[in-house]
Design a protein around this ligand. Structure first.
Ligand code: DGL
Length: 270
């Protein structure tokens, strides 16, 4: 019997484990190989060219390790590099933007959709384009929230300072009357409760991690790539540098057991 091929999942660092947790819950029979580029995180302030290059290197690494599909569990890399990855590689590629955009369009009642993410994701306007392709009348209010990632990595998930930062970032979006808020950064699902508290009950929170997992499920079935029932799924995690104290924070908050971590170096892509 051949060894089942993994789904390759990558992020700039550890935040993409929010997508892994959703994938493990939705697709327990799948093997997942997660690569966190902890040596070069964050991607959120880097240029499109650099994020594309990093993504190609990681995509190649995942394919060299047998990946049957690649999940870009990073909003910044999804916003800037998915078309390039699709041209370069011959396996299905799933980013988080399209699934998040679809969910936002399903959720909105008044067509006013807020999107929060890194500077690179917001200035790419990738969510805006994806949402408007589905709902041309939508009004998208994007806001970069660069301070949130370091607060999350510090483990300040329930903290007055984090609440103040969220309030300050969300205020213009709430004043603009959004009824839907896309968490356009893979770290943000860890702040879901804090964000929901400030956004209020009228605002639907769209979590790109969960929607991405449903999109992967569909894509594997369509391409006849789903693991056969009976295979015991597994999670293998590799980083490009040793991880910070954020890993235990993410594991605890997500109820995810990561186990041993492998430290790897990526070959440069010619
Ligand atoms: N993973 C990134 C994202 O989802 C956030 C962290 C970073 O800036 O690299 O956009």
């Amino acid at each position: 019997m051949s060894f089942p091929q993994p789904i390759g999942v990558f992020d700039s660092g550890i935040g993409g484990l929010t997508v892994v947790a959703a994938l493990r819950a939705a697709l327990p029979a799948e093997r997942i190989f997660y690569l966190g580029d902890t040596a070069r995180v964050p991607y959120g302030g880097k240029s499109a060219q650099t994020v594309e290059r990093y993504s190609l290197e990681i995509g190649q690494y995942l394919l060299d390790h047998g990946a049957k599909a690649i999940v870009v569990a990073c909003n910044t890399a999804s916003a800037l590099a998915v078309p390039r990855l699709e041209r370069a590689f011959n396996v299905p590629i799933v980013g988080v933007i399209i699934p998040g955009a679809r969910a936002a369009v399903r959720a909105t009642r008044n067509g006013r959709i807020g999107v929060i993410g890194t500077r690179a994701t917001i200035s790419s306007r990738a969510y805006e384009h994806a949402i408007k392709a589905l709902l041309p009348s939508a009004k998208i209010i994007g806001h970069a929230c660069p301070v949130l990632v370091p607060l999350i990595e510090e483990g300040w998930l329930n903290d007055k300072i984090t609440d103040q930062a969220i309030e300050r970032y969300l205020r213009p979006l709430l004043d603009a009357g959004i009824d839907t808020l896309v968490l356009g950064c893979t770290h943000y699902p860890l702040l879901r409760e804090a964000i929901a508290k400030i956004a209020g009950p009228e605002v639907v929170i769209v979590d790109s991690a969960q929607n991405c997992a449903s999109a992967v499920d569909e894509l594997l079935s369509e391409n006849d790539l789903a693991a056969k029932n009976g295979h015991n799924g597994a999670l293998h995690v590799a980083f490009t540098d040793q991880s910070s104290g954020f890993l235990p924070v993410a594991e605890r908050a997500l109820g995810l057991r990561v186990g041993g971590i492998q430290i790897v170096s990526l070959p440069e892509r010619k």
